[in-house]
Design a protein. Structure first.
Length: 109
């Protein structure tokens, strides 16, 4: 009877040991898959970080160009304003010269 008990207990322990070994193998396989998935995610994260750095640099360059363009527009606006003053003065002087010419020609008749 005792032999039967120990034989049954040993068989049960062996079955439990085999089940635990199978579960351990499944866990190892799952961990391998998780590691592979994490490696892929890490690679994608690195690629996206590089892309974000490129976008940040492009944005910085665009801002610098925009600031430069704003300065150039300000200078051009000042030049146009000055040119407008010169044109108005020139037209006024031409009208005055034309009026004087007409007055001189009318007196000469």
């Amino acid at each position: 009877m005792a032999d039967m008990f120990f034989a049954t207990k040993t068989a049960s322990e062996k079955a439990n040991e085999a089940a635990v070994a199978a579960m351990a193998e499944n866990v190892r396989t799952d961990l391998g898959q998780v590691t592979t998935a994490h490696a892929g995610l890490y690679r994608q994260l690195q690629e996206q970080s590089a892309q974000i750095a490129e976008v940040a640099e492009d944005t910085r360059r665009t801002r610098a160009a925009l600031d430069s363009s704003k300065e150039q527009v300000t200078v051009l606006e000042k030049q146009i304003t000055a040119l407008g003053v010169w044109v108005k003065t020139g037209v006024g002087l031409l009208v005055l010269a034309l009026a004087l010419l007409i007055a001189v020609l009318m007196r000469g008749r």
